[in-house]
Design a protein around this ligand. Structure first.
Ligand SMILES: C[S@@+](CC[C@H](N)C(=O)[O-])C[C@H]1O[C@@H](n2cnc3c(N)ncnc32)[C@H](O)[C@@H]1O
Length: 261
């Protein structure tokens, strides 16, 4: 498996990236849940839950009165998540290892009705994302909502510029998922729903050492081991002149509800 694929699903790489992002300026989970209204007895479905950064918040806030279903392709991430759920809340929480490209299995595992569908930084791993959303919509209740969170625009711009200087080619598919994918999601939502809410944020991550930037890159989907020495030298040059490397994360939350006739 190449670095792109391995780092896309590995729970260790995900935990390392979360750790690497800890100097960010935004309370990401707080931003996601801001303004979210979920009624009692809802079925909440999350895909690409990873190690459960947002799932645990869904569980804490809603599991006493709602059912949470969390899916990810990586068993070790699911195990990590399950180990963090409070015993008393486990009866309303289903965490399962599932590849969302396998539509047959997805259909078997989804609840018959979905009140909230949530996916953060993951929907682009589906090879047929719009068909997948259409499947989700077919189970969505009349007042149900779909919430997709992901990157857009000049996301990772500073880091990509530095890597480009070192001849690291960022794969076209990675640029598509990181910069343009969310726009397709908005187009799909506009075609199917009456009420939409789009929130965007520019979040800065400040790394205070070359090692920290390097570690983030190493755990990313755009790592290239062949060019590690060139990148290390370029980072050392940067830190001779500056105390930090600042990278921008452009993030978007797209929410849709109320079907169009
Ligand atoms: C960048 S992480 C996002 C984790 C979390 N949602 C967050 O925002 O912090 C992407 C997640 O998508 C999962 N994933 C990748 N391909 C998948 C697939 N085919 N089916 C289900 N999950 C997948 C990975 O295992 C990983 O946990």
């Amino acid at each position: 498996m190449g670095n792109e694929k391995k780092n896309a699903t590995s729970s260790d790489a995900l935990l390392a990236r979360i750790q690497g992002n800890s100097s960010q300026t935004l309370d990401f989970v707080g931003w996601i849940f801001d303004g979210l209204i979920i009624h009692d007895n809802s079925n909440i479905v999350e895909f690409c839950c990873g190690t459960g950064k947002q799932t645990l918040e869904f569980v804490k806030r809603y599991a006493p009165s709602s059912n949470i279903y969390a899916f990810d392709i990586e068993q070790s991430s699911i195990d990590h998540l399950e180990s963090q759920i409070e015993e008393s809340l486990k009866k309303n929480t289903t965490c399962r290892c599932l590849d969302f490209n396998n539509f047959k299995k997805v259909k078997e595992n989804l609840p018959e009705s979905i009140d909230v569908f949530f996916c953060s930084y993951g929907l682009y791993y589906n090879n047929h994302a719009l068909e997948f959303l259409t499947l989700i919509k077919s189970r969505l209740t009349e007042n149900g909502q779909i919430i997709i969170v992901g990157p857009y625009g000049k996301n990772n711009g500073e880091l990509y510029d530095l890597l480009n200087e070192c001849d690291v080619t960022i794969d076209e598919h990675i640029l598509y998922t990181s910069q343009r994918f969310m726009i397709e999601i908005i187009d799909w939502m506009t075609d199917h729903f009456k009420d939409m809410e789009i929130k965007t944020e520019r979040n800065f991550i400040a790394w205070d050492s070359a090692d920290k930037v390097f570690s983030y890159w190493k755990n990313s989907t755009f790592y290239n081991a062949d060019l590690q020495d060139t990148v290390k030298k370029r980072l050392d040059k940067h830190f001779k002149l500056h105390t930090e490397f600042i990278n921008s994360k452009f993030i978007m939350k797209a929410k849709a509800k109320t079907f169009l006739p």
